[in-house]
Design a protein around this ligand. Structure first.
Ligand SMILES: [Ca+2]
Ligand SMILES: [Ca+2]
Length: 563
């Protein structure tokens, strides 16, 4: 665990004035128990895995595996035997399909983020693997060109069964990770293979298809022997032509901004070039990188994924005294319990320059049914040794902390001032068991978006090698959940650590509609705000306010770590 980046952006809390409203347990899993002015931050702390490179780096199969930065820098990443396909899983393992002269029967190698390499599948029986795709559950599908089958293996490399048999050799296999549908170019057509094995034709281009890629909205991109890139949108069989006239096209990959990366070649073997092109959603093509063709043609392409286990989140707001609610929630996802430390900080904030700090915070933890799980007033009273062993005990004896192992589910943390006192406080949640098969996946805080300069502030820190998040600012749908006085039209602005505005959204359908829908987290109301962002490491702030600056209302800010 690294502790260098906790407690984000504590300066200038006076600009974060925020009046929480009074609510019942009316919506989602949150409670209405907080009293007193405080500042709430929840920090979900993950690991910084051994970084192979930055998320978004391209890996290309040539004679060996090359790594290409988005700026076009080319380095050799790993040796291989004439690889045809490279694919990452969500954990950042790289799978390499080798089928060259020194791997005549075909092998699939796996390289972990730490660089450990092993034979994942040995294609004994000479079934000639040529392409590979992974679904969201980690199943591995391999195109076997000895008999045109798509073979399914589990994440341990154990053969599960034949998913489908196609009429011809398969050039490339891709998976729509939202649905589990596989797409394959084989012979003269592009096929969809449903999870139940049903095979349908997506389209039959004028010239045979080669590369296939699927974006996160389900659009299917196909390169052809005739030098075109076609885009099949929304299940239609008549594509739009993204670009045409490319000399020779092989495999494809598509990034989250819908740029299509194309491996290609021109010229002769001795004097030509292997090329990686980038084609924008508008159809303009640029060269990302090139190498001598005598090193081999570029083939399969994939991106280093963000291993977003480490999303560090804080949410700040100041609450008035009285029967006002400060409502913070977090979710443990995955399949294993998660050990965390929850801290409620107040007096020590004065040392960080915070004025009006809460002098004696208490914390309470509730589960999704609203049942009290545990609580603490002063951290040394019951778990002093366990809290000290985490390495991050509070620095003031009046501050509260709790070490606890939590099952998968949603939780609410409430911080109050002892004896109805008020002030600025901070709540943090740290992941103490980063290797468990679970993560802190979401943080949300509900409170009142005040008029004019009184915003709701959700801060978070990305560490590791970057993360993809969806940020939502909700208001109208709270009304449907029984909350009175909800903001009718929230907006979200994302700000970086330097205070620079990165992105603004008023209504989530304004742009990114299909990307947001693809996460399964589209807001319920059209006037609510959302944005999906791929963010490099750093600290960020999501600011939620009403679209009309003079209006106020209750809003909910949520930040999810999405795969
Ligand atoms: Ca206390
Ligand atoms: Ca709006």
């Amino acid at each position: 665990m690294k502790l260098t980046t906790i407690r984000p952006a504590l300066s200038s809390p006076a600009t974060l004035a925020f009046a929480a409203d009074a609510v019942g347990a009316a919506t989602t899993s949150f409670l209405s128990l907080a009293r007193g002015g405080l500042l709430l931050a929840i920090v979900a702390f993950g690991t910084a895995a051994t970084a192979r490179g930055a998320a978004g780096d391209l890996y290309v199969a040539q004679r060996n595996i090359l790594r290409i930065t988005p700026a076009g820098g080319v380095t050799e990443f790993a040796q291989a035997f004439s690889p045809a396909c490279v694919r990452f899983d969500r954990a950042g393992n790289l799978y390499v399909v080798e089928h060259g002269a020194f791997a005549p029967e075909g092998k699939i190698a796996r390289i972990t983020p730490a660089g450990e390499r092993s034979v994942f599948i040995n294609a004994q029986g000479s079934w000639f693997p040529n392409s590979l795709a992974l679904d969201s559950a980690g199943n591995v599908y391999v195109a076997a060109n000895s008999n045109f089958t798509v073979r399914q293996f589990n994440s341990a490399g154990v053969f599960v069964g034949i998913r489908a048999t196609l009429p011809a050799k398969i050039f490339e296999l891709a998976c729509d990770k939202r649905t589990g549908d596989l797409f394959a170019s084989a012979g003269s057509s592009v096929y969809r293979i449903a999870p139940n094995g049903t095979v349908t034709i997506v389209g039959t281009p004028a010239t045979p298809p080669r590369g296939v890629a699927v974006d996160d909205a389900g659009n299917v991109y196909v390169s052809t022997e005739g030098g075109q890139i076609l885009k099949y949108t929304g299940g239609t069989s008549s594509p739009t032509t993204l670009i045409s006239g490319v000399s020779e096209i092989f495999n494809l990959a598509v990034d989250r901004a819908r740029n299509v990366y194309v491996s290609s070649s021109n010229g002769t073997f001795q004097n030509g070039e292997a090329l990686l092109y980038k084609v924008s959603p508008a159809g303009s093509m640029s060269t990302v990188a090139s190498t001598p063709r005598k090193e081999g043609d570029f083939r399969g392409v994939d991106f280093e994924p963000p291993r977003g286990k480490s999303l560090n989140i804080s949410t700040r707001l100041q609450v008035q005294t009285g029967d006002n609610a400060l409502i913070g929630g977090f979710i443990v996802t995955g399949s294993a319990p998660k050990k965390v430390i929850i801290r409620a900080i107040g007096p020590s904030l004065a040392g960080a320059g915070v004025q009006g700090a809460l002098q004696d915070p208490t914390l309470e933890l509730y589960n999704s049914t609203g049942a009290f799980v545990n609580g603490n007033d002063n951290w040394k009273t019951t778990q002093q040794a366990a809290i000290q062993n985490t390495g991050i005990p509070p620095s003031d004896d009046r501050e509260a902390a709790l070490v606890i192992t939590l099952g998968v589910g949603s939780y609410t943390v409430v911080v109050r001032g002892q004896n109805d006192t008020s002030g600025v406080g901070l709540v943090e949640v740290y992941d103490l068991d980063e290797n468990a098969d679970s993560q802190l996946a979401n943080i949300s805080t509900r409170g009142r978006v005040g008029a004019n300069d009184n915003f709701m502030i959700g801060g978070f820190i990305v560490s590791g090698n970057g993360a993809r998040v969806i940020i939502r600012g909700l208001g109208p749908s709270l009304t449907a959940a029984g909350v009175s006085g909800a903001s009718g039209d929230p907006v979200v602005t994302l700000v970086n650590a330097n205070g620079e505005w990165i992105k603004f959204n008023d209504d989530w359908g304004d742009n990114q509609r299909d990307v947001i829908q693809g996460t399964g987290l589209a807001p319920a109301h059209s006037l609510e705000a959302a944005m999906v962002m791929d963010l490099p490491n750093g600290s960020y702030t999501a600011v939620v306010r009403s679209a009309s600056p003079a209006t106020s209302g209750t809003a909910l800010v949520e930040i999810y770590n999405v795969p």
